[in-house]
Ligand binder design. Structure first.
Ligand SMILES: Nc1ncnc2c1ncn2[C@@H]1O[C@H](COP(=O)(O)OP(=O)(O)OP(=O)(O)O)[C@@H](O)[C@H]1O
Ligand SMILES: [Mg+2]
Length: 357
């Protein structure tokens, strides 16, 4: 272990009058550190900003270094820091020599005798972080899309391939059973049993196909899929699951987006029954022009979203799917008990690309 010598006398002096040390610290950080007065004019800067030298900054407004479109929002942030006396952060995008770059300003109130007298601002560039996040989002979206597409393909192949073949076999067997009966053949009963088994296999194939590719245009799209989900959940869990929809003028979401909505509803219904022990669940799908609202309300025991065990995946995946739709998911307690999940998202306007279901 390294033994540090005791602080020399110079240390005590430095800590008593720390200006020189602070100046050295401020000069060494790569962030721009600014002191602004209450009119948002720069009074001190540790470095220059863009082309403007450090010494030329005092007297300039912070707004000179922000895109005009951000002024109103940023002034609002400073107002809030002053009123609430708490730090705040804002991020913005700016075109610098033809290149889009991202910046972050962290604002802290400077408080003297109980009043805010200035703002301390640390300005840093976050372009690399933003690009990394964006690349990650694109990658996540692509992986999910590929997985969804692949699931749909397997589902469709099962439905149209194996399902059709089994149906053909069942028809052939049925006619064979007819002939065997006509000839009073001893094997007629066995053959009939085999028809029953093949029909069972057809049902299993259909169920598998539906699970892998729940939303299909041929089968009536999202409304049909959600109605089937409600019926199946009612049968499976022995609770009342209803589906209402009001779609005006029509759904323009692509099949993959519909699958996200379907899966969100499916998880919400499962959670309502499994955790909420609800006896009634209502799935509601409303489309009004470009606005899509999916809600799932239950009459179970409800929950507080921030206070649930982190081990579950369902809520996180719901959130993720809503993000993929450019939307959001929230949970609100119902006055009559239980919880309502609301997923808000958008769909392309009629005639825009992206229609498909
Ligand atoms: N409708 C609901 N009513 C009551 N509690 C709920 C409801 N939805 C979610 N919860 C609570 O939120 C927790 C997290 O749900 P989430 O779906 O993320 O995980 P899970 O259902 O436990 O596991 P998984 O979905 O991964 O199988 C649940 O364990 C439950 O405590
Ligand atoms: Mg769950």
């Amino acid at each position: 272990m390294v033994e540090f010598p005791p602080p020399p006398a110079a240390w005590a002096q430095l800590l008593d009058t720390p200006e020189a040390a602070l100046r050295a610290l401020i000069g060494s950080v790569s962030d721009r550190l600014l002191l602004l007065d209450l009119d948002l004019q720069i009074r001190f800067a540790n470095r220059g900003i863009f082309e403007v030298q450090r010494t030329a900054l005092p007297g300039r407004s912070i707004e000179d270094f922000l895109p005009a479109s951000e002024h109103e929002r940023v002034i609002g942030v400073y107002r809030r820091v002053r009123q609430e006396r708490t730090p705040a952060v804002y991020e913005f995008r700016q075109l610098v020599r033809g290149e889009t770059r991202w910046f972050e300003h962290r604002i802290g109130p400077v408080i003297e005798h109980g009043s805010v007298v200035a703002f301390a601002v640390a300005c840093g560039e976050i372009t690399a972080r933003r690009r990394g996040e964006e690349a990650l989002r694109v990658l996540e979206r692509e992986i999910t899309e590929i997985a969804n597409r692949e699931q749909r393909r397997i589902g469709n192949d099962l439905h149209d391939g194996l399902g059709q073949e089994l149906t053909g076999i069942a028809l052939m067997l049925t006619s064979l059973v007819g002939r065997l009966h006509k000839e009073h053949h001893a094997a007629a009963a066995d053959a009939e049993e085999i028809v029953g088994l093949v029909n069972g296999a057809i049902d299993s194939t259909r169920a598998l196909a539906r699970g892998l590719s729940p939303v299909s245009i041929e089968r009536g799209g999202l409304s049909f899929a959600m109605r089937s989900l409600a019926t199946r959940a009612s049968d499976m869990y022995g609770v009342r699951v209803c589906f209402h929809s009001k779609i005006w003028p029509q759904l323009t979401l692509e099949a993959s987006a519909c699958t996200h909505l379907y899966r969100i509803a499916q998880e919400a219904v499962t959670n309502a029954v499994r955790h909420g022990h609800a006896s009634e669940v209502l799935i509601d799908l409303r489309v009004d022009g470009e606005r899509v609202v999916l809600s799932v309300a239950d009459n179970g025991r409800g929950f507080i979203p921030g206070a649930v065990p982190a081990s579950g995946m369902g809520l996180r995946i719901m959130q993720y799917r809503a993000n993929m739709l450019g939307g959001s998911v929230s949970f609100e307690p119902r006055t009559e008990g239980g919880v309502r999940m609301v997923c808000l998202s958008h769909q392309p306007a009629l005639g825009e690309p992206g229609r498909g279901n």
